[in-house]
Design a protein. Structure first.
Length: 243
């Protein structure tokens, strides 16, 4: 592992930076803890795959990207990115799931630290940041509009990252902007472990979290789970590193 990053992780640094130059990505440390995974039957917009609510404990810390990966970062790592507006700090989207995995693999080799996608449980834990509401910011659509880009305010495309308020743990754009690919696909929640649950993994598909710029409010909730496909217009990524 990259010695500087390894030292920072051992010392439980609040932040680490993976990559250099235009590829540099800032990650925030997430401490272990317990949360309620999924949504209750009474939640507006709920899908059956989001329940039953399970009390889940993540026993190990991890680092998660403060923002979704941008076009600038994606192009610096892969030398390729879909054609997009002029601003390179727009979140990368239009990715196939395999491309999200490939980005992590290339950045791992270049940086000397193992970079992955977050698990579903890690993603939802970091998104909720202690909340139990539809969005980390509340239950109303107005609460979403304040913190996320979605169908009603995104103006038909992905947006520059970090322009909406961060959640209480410091993460931006967890709701809307781009869907974020996760490492796994959890089985029905009644069957999962209550400690560090990880589901099936695949090199072709995974669950996407958070919703995207083209989605209605219901599809941008903390608990929403959308299956990735080989090519989806709103698919992007946020990276993770073990703590």
């Amino acid at each position: 592992m990259n010695e500087a990053i390894s030292k920072a992780i051992r010392e439980q640094a609040r932040t680490i930076t993976v990559g250099t130059g235009d590829a540099a990505a800032l990650l925030l440390r997430v401490e272990p803890g317990t949360f309620s995974l999924g949504s209750p039957p009474t939640e507006e917009g709920r899908l059956a795959s989001e329940g039953p609510v399970r009390t889940v404990t993540l026993t190990r810390p991890f680092y998660l990207g403060k923002y979704p990966i941008t076009q600038r970062q994606y192009r610096a790592v892969t030398a390729n990115a879909p054609a997009k507006p002029a601003d390179p700090d727009v979140a990368i989207d239009q990715l196939a799931y395999a491309e999200a995995l490939a980005f992590c693999a290339i950045l791992t080799k270049a940086s000397g630290v193992t970079v992955t996608l977050p698990t579903e449980a890690q993603w939802e834990y970091a998104c909720r940041a202690g909340s139990v509401t539809r969005f980390w910011s509340g239950d109303r659509e107005e609460d979403l509009a304040r913190v996320g880009w979605y169908r009603e305010n995104a103006e038909h495309g992905a947006r520059v990252v970090g322009k909406k308020p961060a959640n209480p743990w410091g993460f931006h754009d967890m709701h809307g902007n781009v869907c974020e690919c996760c490492l796994d696909i959890l089985p029905p929640y009644e069957t999962i472990s209550n400690l560090d649950p990880v589901g099936q993994t695949s090199d072709r598909r995974g669950i996407m979290r958070g919703g995207a710029w083209m989605h209605p409010a219901d599809y941008c909730r903390s608990a929403i789970r959308l299956m990735s496909s080989d090519r989806f217009g709103g698919a992007g990524l946020r990276i993770a590193v073990k703590g």
